[in-house]
Design a protein around this ligand. Structure first.
Ligand SMILES: Cc1ncc(COP(=O)(O)O)c(C=O)c1O
Length: 467
């Protein structure tokens, strides 16, 4: 008996009958509408297990894709939720699912104190915009006038390709790396699909995959990224996609080496999963940008953000991939924002062509590296061993996450909790420190390192406080 058969037996047959009877139009929209009406009429209740995609498709005489599309629409409005292999259930409220992990990292701006929780670039190290804004000529400003111009500035495309790690079939702009991830998920992941992610990984990505109703399969990392043996085991479950960082992994700072890229490519060649690489640190990372696209171009999507190097508010990332992923993604995007504002694209192009801006980015890259190294050494002197990674963050092991956060907050220092990054429950605790935002003054760095080291060693007191 297959797992799907077992799943079907676990659904109350009365529920399957009721759902089938309620459906008069067996299109995705008709199925979704019928199930939604049953929930609103209180005939389907919170926690009721819905028939599996395959079982309902067989009952209705439609393809599984039709039911899957209906389940996705209901999932997107929060009416139902996938619990992986356990099945799909009516949800407790019809509110759209909230990005719980992302929100729990704490995105609200802090007032006063030192906020090292944000994974943001240092504003004082971003290239100034004035010169590039002034350089925007009337020729580039005419871009405001039309719906019909190229969605991607051809000159920017050429610029991207000059530093791209492989020759892609398509390269386009999207509104930041997270927008790119979200749009790729919409293209390649359906409710109930298995997807492989790094553990620990990016909370917003995990939230997006949850909202899609995907079954998240975590794989372990070391300082070169995903561990090939762990990936090989996870691929046994036939996932539709593998999400990874090419460099400066968030939160650990891990990055692919050529040998690891090739080892992963050999493992991935045996599967059909789409590979989605996020290079969210882009040009401020020290490691070269390596991509599995140089080995498996037909299956790889590579996304590079310019937020950390040129400013988060530019909202630009470059996304490359095969035509079968990128073309529908761009077509779907026309039913919404349409394209990344060509004014912003012109601004990024001006910045990328300006040697002074390039120097600024190089200076930022060096400063982030120095700040991370300094903090690593200072923590080491205090007996706290951390592995310095690439990019803007340091992943610091602590005795107890909550105690560390509270202890640091008492000294007006905020860092990000580690738990939203973890897919599997873990015996160890961490916090993420955005070292890019550290001051350069050595005495201040020492004082901050002392606070972090103290906080790392605090254990919860038996009475619930910290000791
Ligand atoms: C892994 C990862 N992806 C994407 C983003 C968001 O990047 P963007 O500003 O390009 O959307 C971040 C932000 O820190 C990130 O850490």
């Amino acid at each position: 008996m297959t797992l799907l058969d077992q799943g079907h037996r676990m659904t109350d047959p009365a529920v399957t009958d009721m759902v089938c009877e309620a459906i008069s139009d067996a299109s995705p929209r008709g199925i979704a509408a019928a199930v939604n009406r049953l929930i609103r009429a209180d005939r389907l209740h919170v926690g009721d297990r819905l028939p599996t995609v395959r079982a309902l498709a067989a009952e209705l005489g439609v393809s599984p894709a039709t039911v899957s599309e209906a389940w996705q629409a209901l999932s997107a409005v929060g009416a139902i939720e996938s619990r992986g292999r356990a099945g799909t259930f009516v949800r407790s409220s019809q509110e759209p699912s909230r990005p719980v992990r992302y929100l729990s990292v704490g995105l609200a701006p802090t007032v006063g104190g030192l906020d090292l929780s944000t994974s943001m670039p240092d504003p004082s190290l971003l290239p100034p915009l004035e010169k590039s804004l002034r350089s925007l000529t009337s020729a580039s400003l005419r871009w405001t006038t039309s719906y019909l111009d190229d969605p991607v500035l051809p000159a920017l495309q050429v610029r991207f390709l000059e530093s791209w790690p492989y020759e892609p079939a398509r390269i386009v702009t999207v509104d930041g790396a997270l927008d790119g991830l979200s749009r790729v998920i919409d293209q390649v992941v359906s409710i109930g699909d298995r997807v492989i992610v790094e553990d620990p990984g990016f909370p917003a990505l995990l939230d997006l995959l949850d909202a899609r109703g995907a079954e998240i399969v975590p794989v372990a990392l070391d300082d070169q990224g995903i561990v090939p043996g762990a990936l090989a085991a996870a691929l046994e479950g036939d996932p539709v996609a593998v999400f990874l960082h090419s460099r400066a992994q968030n939160p650990t700072g891990a990055g692919l080496t050529p040998a690891r890229r090739d080892a992963l490519a050999r493992v991935l060649a045996r599967s059909s999963a789409v590979i989605v690489e996020a290079d969210h640190s882009g040009l401020i990372a020290r490691a070269p940008d390596l991509s599995l696209g140089s080995r498996l171009p037909e299956r790889t999507v590579h996304i590079r953000s310019y937020s950390k190097s040129h400013g988060p508010d530019l909202r630009i990332a470059a996304l490359s991939g095969p035509a079968h992923v990128v073309d529908p993604l761009m077509a779907r995007r026309m039913l919404g924002p349409g394209w990344t504002s060509r004014i912003l694209q012109s601004l990024l192009l001006a910045l990328l062509e300006d040697p002074e801006a390039e120097e600024c980015v190089a200076r930022a890259r060096d400063s982030y590296h120095r700040r991370t190294e300094n903090m690593t050494l200072l923590l080491e002197k205090q007996g706290i061993h951390v592995h310095p990674g690439d990019g803007v963050n340091l992943w610091v092991g602590v005795e107890d996450e909550r105690s560390a956060l509270l202890t640091l907050a008492a000294s007006d220092i905020r860092v990000a909790p580690g738990s939203p990054f973890k897919v599997r429950a873990s015996a160890s605790s961490h916090v993420r420190v955005t070292t890019a935002l550290l001051p350069d003054d050595p005495d201040e760095q020492k004082a901050i390192a002392r606070h972090i080291a103290t906080a790392a060693l605090v254990t919860p007191s038996p009475r619930g406080g910290v000791s």
